[in-house]
Design a binder for this molecule. Structure first.
Ligand code: FMN
Length: 456
């Protein structure tokens, strides 16, 4: 097991564990050891579902009530207009982008369950991520529950934000306190993971709509974009996308900056795929069914179109038609097999929570591990490497979930894995590469959950 410094992290005694750090330094260097290499930042009280020690029970609603602006009804299909370049000043395009990347898409009626499900997965449905539309003259918070915009800040120069063709930004921030109520000091990790997934979601939906979306991680730009309203919200700035009016009506020639010729992704039926995405039942125990070979073709195409390229995806394949069980690696836009052997033993060694296997890997179709170059990123960006790398890997993780949903499969992000064992068994570069996501994919069994779509 290696820490940021390349040395083995030791267990901290309770006296040494820092008090809640969510307020000031969001990603201190020890977070790698405490949240990625072990789960010791998770309070033991989590099992009861009660607030973590030191965290208030009340859930302050910090969204101002007025003024609110209704959004157009989101369309049932996502496609660029055939005859005009896509533009966020078009109410239908704006509504579609916000709803399918951050909106409330499903209502689970199961008693005692988590009732509300958004486009992007969230640990225990805490939904700490916030999405803000920043125009040249105003900033609007998207309220997914009501499918509305809430004005956060308006510049004194007045209303010109409807001007067609103006560059707009989608800014992602995170309300760590919302997740920290349950997860204590583990919250920054979950929030960083989810922020990356949301960034991937916006990028994907923008591509389907024919918008040109440039993803950004730069801290200075991010701070500038949030400067007018962040102090009032108490959130952490996480990432942004610059949305430009596209030059043509064809999305696949205007987006996907790393692999612009990728015509296989996003899928034409993306809206219905997103409406059906889910993480599976409380315990991930899928049917031991074969997934279609197209799943891997889609995973490959989706990852090739991911907003950032500084990750690799290790796929441990068990049941995918046309692919022999084994270890496959997607990096730099290509998928290759590196080992031809049933990966069950690897999966059960890697996927552990406090000494027991986290999921039923005996029936999964395949499991992905997203790895990043932590050593190089820390040397370059210091503490900020944590945010940046989680943005990159998170965006890819959401694409894996969407590719699975396209084939009617559940995809479960599960942090119950041992990062050091994963590094060793997946053959990652020692002291350099780290796994940030484990995503298991399988065929959901019919369960008690009853989810209905939410239509605005
Ligand atoms: C960053 C992140 C971490 C998660 N970690 C776990 C985990 O460790 N164990 C688990 O069972 N589910 C985990 N989940 C899955 C969530 O509980 C699941 O997404 C949530 O219940 C919402 O369900 P849905 O994705 O079907 O809408 C995680 C999800 C996210 C986004």
């Amino acid at each position: 097991m290696t820490g940021v410094t390349g040395q083995a992290p030791r267990s901290l005694t309770s006296d040494e564990v820092p008090q809640s750090r969510t307020a000031k330094a969001p990603f201190p260097p020890e977070l790698w050891a405490e949240a990625v290499y072990s789960r010791r930042a998770i309070p033991a009280t989590l099992a009861t579902g009660r607030p973590a020690p030191g965290q208030a029970e009340a859930e302050p609603d910090q969204l101002p009530d007025e003024p609110r602006r209704p959004l157009a009804s989101p369309p049932l299909h996502l496609a660029p207009s055939p005859d005009a370049p896509a533009d966020l000043s078009d109410p239908a395009v704006l509504a579609a982008l916000l709803h399918y990347s951050h909106g409330l898409l499903q209502h689970d009626l199961t008693p005692g369950g988590w009732p509300l499900h958004r486009a992007v997965a969230s640990a225990r449905c805490r939904y700490p991520s916030e999405l803000t539309l920043v125009t040249p003259n105003a900033s609007f918070r998207f309220d997914p529950l009501h499918h509305q915009l809430v004005l956060l800040h308006e510049s004194v120069t007045g209303h010109q934000e409807t001007e067609a063709g103006a560059t707009r930004f989608i800014v992602i921030t995170s309300r760590f306190a919302r997740t920290a109520r349950l997860y204590g000091d583990y919250a920054p990790r979950l929030c960083a993971q989810e922020a990356g997934m949301l960034l991937g979601a916006v990028h994907l939906v923008a591509a389907a709509l024919g918008l040109r979306a440039r993803p950004g991680q730069d801290q200075e730009t991010l701070n500038e974009l949030c400067a007018d309203w962040l102090p009032a919200t108490g959130e952490h700035p996480m990432g942004y996308l610059e949305i430009e009016r596209s030059a043509t009506a064809d999305p696949r020639t205007t987006t996907g900056p790393r692999h612009p010729a990728n015509r296989a992704w996003p899928p034409p039926e993306l809206a219905s795929v997103l409406r059906s995405r889910h993480s599976g039942a409380a315990i991930f125990d899928p049917e031991p069914a074969f997934a279609p070979g197209e799943l891997l073709t889609d995973l490959d195409a989706a990852l090739a179109a991911a907003p950032f390229g500084d990750f690799s995806c290790h796929l441990l394949v068990q049941r995918v038609t046309g692919f022999s069980p084994g270890h496959y690696v997607h990096s730099d836009g290509h998928l290759r097999q590196v080992r031809d052997r049933d990966p069950l033993a690897l999966l059960e060694q890697i996927g552990q929570t406090e000494g027991r296997v986290s999921m039923n890997f005996r029936s999964t179709a395949c499991t992905a591990h997203l790895a990043v170059g932590r050593g190089t990123a820390v040397a370059r960006h210091g503490d900020d490497a944590f945010r940046r790398l989680h943005l990159s890997a998170g965006a890819a993780a959401h694409l894996l979930c969407v590719a699975a949903a396209r084939h009617g499969l559940s995809a479960r992000i599960h942090n119950g894995y041992d990062a050091a064992t994963a590094e060793r068994l997946l053959g990652l570069a020692p002291g350099e590469e780290t796994v940030l996501f484990q995503v298991a994919i399988g065929a959901a069994r019919p369960g008690a959950a009853f989810r209905v779509p939410v239509v605005f």
